[in-house]
Write a protein that binds this ligand. Structure first.
Ligand SMILES: Cc1cc2nc3c(=O)[nH]c(=O)nc-3n(C[C@H](O)[C@H](O)[C@H](O)COP(=O)(O)OP(=O)(O)OC[C@H]3O[C@@H](n4cnc5c(N)ncnc54)[C@H](O)[C@@H]3O)c2cc1C
Length: 296
């Protein structure tokens, strides 16, 4: 069996740092004037280095940094350490029972080997428009805690992404994700459409609805793979918010969403198919999230 030649390239030589604390990691990053790549699970960075698409001179591993692997819910807030793996998220009773869309996103994520290595922080910082953990986190109004030489700051996840592979990090490291706990009568759902299992999404989508009787009190819709960054479909949300969630409203929303996305044609799909399937996902997930909101 032969491998494509570019996959057999060797990684270019780099200096490897393995700090034990976040403070130490930040000061190494600062001393190197930001001229370093952060390494978490390596499922994204190492293939990129092998293909010579990224050739860092310095790599700072977070593997031995303490205090980045937690998950805990206190004071109506869920805090997830950046190094928490997708497998660990999937195995968490807390995530499965209370954060359904996040749990659903772990189920179709890569392969078991990838899930065992890939971190939630790496998924966010890679900043792929089709990252799977991002739409559920956006619908949950999550914030990210970034640590740099000048201290810590929090950024709304929805505002973190600035382009494909680009984000608000400025010589900083993502420390944790802060997720407000869902209120009562809240239902959520996530689905991903892909070419084959273990592939990146053509389109992924998460919906969260808070309902009262048959009425939608509040809604969030987040979609990946249909623009330069994961997006929130605000105009579509407006169609649903404050109204009775019935077939007509869902059809109206499914039609409207195609007007606020800008999908492209690439190796994974065509723009036309992405627009069509986004409409289907919004329709199905709105109905499902609403149904779930009436069951709790
Ligand atoms: C076979 C395969 C299947 C895949 N399937 C999926 C899938 O189904 N869904 C999906 O969304 N992705 C998928 N991916 C992509 C990848 O696995 C994920 O994006 C993963 O979550 C990246 O996490 P990591 O810990 O491996 O990140 P790394 O590769 O270590 O890092 C990724 C990037 O983020 C930066 N970074 C990492 N952590 C931090 C931090 N705490 N602070 C600042 N910067 C940081 C790194 O410098 C790097 O630029 C797949 C990849 C492969 C190879």
């Amino acid at each position: 069996m032969s491998f494509p030649q570019e996959l057999t390239k060797s990684i270019k030589i780099f200096r490897y740092f393995s700090p034990r604390t976040l403070k130490e990691a930040i000061s190494i990053l600062e001393e190197l004037h930001g001229n370093a790549k952060i390494l978490a699970g390596g499922t994204d960075l190492l293939p990129m280095m092998k293909l010579h698409r990224v050739t860092p001179q310095n790599v700072i591993s977070l593997r031995n940094v303490v205090g980045l692997g937690h998950i805990r819910e206190t004071n109506l807030t869920l805090k997830i350490g950046a190094l928490r793996t997708i497998s660990e998220m999937q195995q968490s009773d807390l995530v499965r029972e209370r954060y359904t869309s996040l749990y659903e996103a772990t189920k179709t994520f890569g392969t078991p080997q990838i899930r065992n290595m890939a971190s939630i922080g790496g998924n966010i910082c890679r900043s792929s428009p089709s990252a799977d953990m991002v739409p559920p986190l956006i619908t949950l109004d999550s914030r990210v805690n970034l640590v740099g030489p000048n201290g810590e700051r929090e950024v709304l996840l929805e505002e973190f992404f600035t382009g494909p592979g680009e984000n608000a990090l400025n010589g900083e490291i993502l420390k944790e994700i802060i997720v407000p706990s869902p209120p009562a009568r809240c239902g959520m759902a996530f689905r991903k459409v892909m070419r084959a299992s273990a592939d990146l999404a053509k389109v992924n989508c998460a919906v969260k609805i808070v309902s009262r009787d048959r009425i939608c009190d509040d809604v969030r819709i987040a979609i990946g793979g249909v623009a330069d960054t994961p997006i929130r479909a605000r105009r579509t949300e407006e169609i649903i918010r404050g109204r009775e969630v019935n077939k007509d409203v869902i059809n109206e929303a499914a039609l409207a969403v195609t007007k606020e996305i800008a999908p492209i044609t690439d190796v994974r799909s065509t723009a036309q198919y992405r627009a069509h399937i986004t409409s289907v996902l919004v329709s199905n997930l709105t109905a499902l999230a609403f149904h779930r909101s009436t069951q709790v």
